[in-house]
Ligand binder design. Structure first.
Ligand code: ACO
Length: 322
């Protein structure tokens, strides 16, 4: 049995923050941000809008696309670094808000790689017959972690959520080759200092702010992500060049173009949302997937390649036949 993506959804908060808006609070410019990152604007959740609300909005769209209702959902995995509360897991809050029955619900924390990690974990439930309808959600309010005096980080991030519905596929008939086909997940805890939040329950009891040595992360990104892509493609048994769409984590336009070039993917196959979404951490891949599905580029049967790198450092890649 395989886990098949049967619905995709996404949600962006209404408030748009432009580069010019940020130039009013830190020493930066629209030109610098566009040239170095490709970002034009990002969204910011309202102060009274917890991450679970973003997740629920994305999940409702994904469920409708799958022809399912909250009553069908027996498993919820939320990838987030910015959950509503220290506990319970945001996934259980989403379960309550959607009105899903008693089932499995928990969070996965792998920062920007969270969605790829969460897909792999959810695959364990669905492909082994332990879930018939699983919501996998990436949801973040990264703007809550910003130090608004640090121009090196506060211009890079935005808020949003994306979701997919996973259901078991029998591996026969027209859908025989659909599903999550291959994964490669990686982590290297020795690189913690390159990207972390300087607060936590068991250290200083603070929420903390995101700290990043951006150019060092950049240096690791292209080489390491490329290795994971080749490993995920080998796991799926497909050549990298055969993918129809490359849907990377949206941290920086230069990183996603650099990775595509290195692994031999045509730039026309890259789905990029970084200009309008900025880096929404675990939400960026499902949001980009949703954009591709919504505008008609990504169709059922297409072969997709997902990849991400984030704090930890963690990184990984996944191959999906939609
Ligand atoms: N506006 C103007 N100048 C700036 C800004 C800004 N917003 N930010 C930094 N600068 C300056 C720096 O101070 C530095 O000035 P100096 O030379 O006088 O010291 C100069 O620009 C160059 O700084 P770098 O950090 O070397 O710039 P770089 O070209 O590397 O771009 C960036 C920075 C955009 C952060 C890039 O390194 C990047 O995207 N890194 C990867 C980020 C990433 O992928 N993170 C992982 C995911 S995030 C997660 O997991 C939560």
């Amino acid at each position: 049995m395989r886990s098949v993506v049967t619905g995709v959804g996404g949600y962006l908060p209404e408030r748009v923050v432009t580069n010019d808006d940020l130039a009013k609070i830190v020493e930066t410019s629209d030109e610098w941000i566009r040239e170095r990152t490709g970002i034009h604007e990002r969204r910011k959740a309202a102060d009274d809008q917890p991450v679970s609300d973003l997740a629920v909005a994305a999940a409702r769209i994904a469920l409708e696309a799958a022809g399912r209702t909250p009553a069908d959902v027996d498993c919820i995995v939320v990838a987030t670094t910015t959950g509503d509360l220290t506990f319970p897991a945001t996934a259980t809050i989403v379960q309550r808000k959607l009105g899903c029955p008693v089932g499995v619900a928990f969070d996965v924390q792998a920062v920007c790689s969270g969605f790829v990690y969460a897909l792999s974990v959810a695959d364990g439930f669905v492909a082994r017959g332990r879930s018939k309808c699983c919501l996998v959600i990436g949801a973040e309010a990264m703007t809550r972690l910003m130090d608004w005096t640090d121009r090196g980080t506060c211009v890079l991030f935005g808020d949003g959520a994306g979701a997919v519905v996973l259901e078991p596929g029998e591996g026969t008939g027209a859908t025989a080759d659909r599903g999550l086909l291959g994964f490669a997940l990686r982590a290297d805890g020795t690189k913690q200092d390159l990207l972390f939040v300087d607060g936590g329950v068991s250290t200083n009891g603070q929420v903390g702010h995101l700290r990043m040595q951006g150019n060092q992360v950049f240096r690791h990104a292209v080489v390491n992500i490329s290795e994971a892509i080749h490993a995920a493609a080998a796991d799926a048994g497909i050549p990298v060049e055969s993918v129809d769409w490359f849907i990377p984590h949206q941290a920086n336009q230069r990183i996603l173009e650099g990775v595509a070039k290195r692994v031999g993917i045509d730039e026309r196959k890259v789905i990029s949302t970084v200009a309008r979404h900025a880096n929404t951490s675990a939400a960026s891949i499902p949001l980009a997937l949703y954009e591709g599905v919504k505008d008609g580029r990504v169709k059922p049967g297409d072969l997709l390649l997902l990849e991400a790198m984030g704090g930890g450092l963690t990184w990984g890649a996944c191959v999906i036949r939609l």
